[in-house]
Write a protein that binds this ligand. Structure first.
Ligand code: 26A
Length: 341
């Protein structure tokens, strides 16, 4: 069983032109936390664009994808904080439909979080601007409730997104320490450059517990620069990935594995002093809808095989397969009548 923790968010997704990105000082391919300046963005999106409301939130996406592939329901449980409103009903429904066991905490005061997804360049780029709202209030008390503690202790695998570093590091540490003590597998994702830069201290306070670290090339590049593992004009991603496997680690029974996704370039897997490359499946331009959720889907596919005790190579291949399907859908939406064989 796997327990996942992240921010449950409803995505408000639209194809937009570059001018809208400029207006809100957003980069075409990025993920950030909304501040005061982004407040009008959500209304503007809904008023002037054709928007889609799609279940999102990075970690919940990953678990939905894993359950889509897993042979049994409820092998994964998801924890996050939502408001008591229609958005959280949608999120819960989509997660349950996929087979995820949902264990939300409910905030009394705040609405369910949302994420503006601004798609440009024919689906190649997506800018994410998250308004965490209720998701920001996930409490340590929630994981200390006896039934939730039991659930966490009964799992053998853990996946917490880097995004959750902005919310509650104590929760991450509690789960990570348990995993370390019991020699269970603890996984995280870099998720966004801003986390590597501005949540560096928090990230490094949990880093020693990470058995498997996921991220994309941009995030790992930022990590390399931030930690002086490489220079901008001399970026050897394989070297960087290997160096990160060697950074200090508490559970010495397992060597760290670092997995770098690179869009249409091969996935890099660094482990045990070696880097292996896995080519991705080519998707013709006309079939590409939007890359939102591709990274989450990759991790979902990976986890689905990992939980079934499959060899690493099968995990990576399934991750690539899942991502290939998700970029042909709006958001992280599971296609109908498609099943992993
Ligand atoms: C803390 N932040 C910024 C976030 C997110 C996030 N999920 C959790 N926390 N920013 C974007 N997302 C989600 O990432 C998915 C794509 O990978 C979006 O909701 C989107 O579904």
């Amino acid at each position: 069983m796997l327990v996942g923790v992240c921010n449950p968010l409803l995505d408000i997704s639209a194809s937009v032109d570059e001018a809208l990105l400029k207006k809100y000082a957003l980069k075409p391919n990025d993920a950030i936390l909304a501040d005061e300046s982004h407040r009008p963005l959500y209304e503007e999106l809904v008023a002037n664009h054709t928007v889609e409301y799609i279940a999102g939130g990075s970690g919940q996406n990953t678990l939905r994808i894993a359950q889509w592939i897993l042979p049994e329901r409820n092998i994964t449980s998801f924890l996050g904080c939502v408001g008591n409103d229609i958005f959280s009903k949608t999120l819960e429904e989509k997660a349950r439909e996929a087979g995820v066991h949902v264990v939300y905490e409910y905030s009394e005061k705040d609405a369910t979080g949302t994420c503006a997804v601004l798609i440009t360049d024919g689906g190649k780029q997506r800018s994410l601007c998250a308004n965490l709202a209720a998701a920001n209030h996930f409490s340590t008390a929630h994981i200390e409730k006896p039934q939730h503690k039991d659930l966490i202790h009964s799992a053998d695998f853990y996946y917490i997104t880097g995004f959750f570093l902005t919310v509650n590091v104590d929760v991450i540490l509690t789960i990570a320490k348990h995993a370390c003590e019991k020699n269970k597998l603890f996984m995280m994702n870099l998720n966004a450059p801003f986390l590597v830069q501005f949540f560096k201290e928090k990230m490094m306070s949990v880093f020693g517990y990470i058995d498997i670290l996921f991220g994309n090339d941009t995030e790992f590049e930022t990590f390399a620069l931030e930690h002086k593992l490489a220079e901008k004009d001399n970026m050897d991603m394989k070297r960087v990935a290997l160096d990160i496997t060697q950074m200090p680690k508490f559970n010495t029974n397992r060597q760290r594995i670092v997995i770098v996704t690179q869009g249409e370039k091969p996935v890099l897997v660094a482990h045990d002093g070696i880097v292996t490359e896995f080519p991705v499946i080519e998707v013709p331009k006309e079939k590409l809808v939007d890359t939102n959720g591709a990274g989450d889907a990759f991790v979902g596919g990976f986890i689905a095989q990992l939980l079934q005790g499959k060899p690493f190579e099968s995990c990576i291949k399934c991750g690539i397969w899942a991502a290939t399907h998700i970029i042909q859908m709006y958001g992280c939406t599971i296609p109908e009548n498609v099943k992993y064989e």
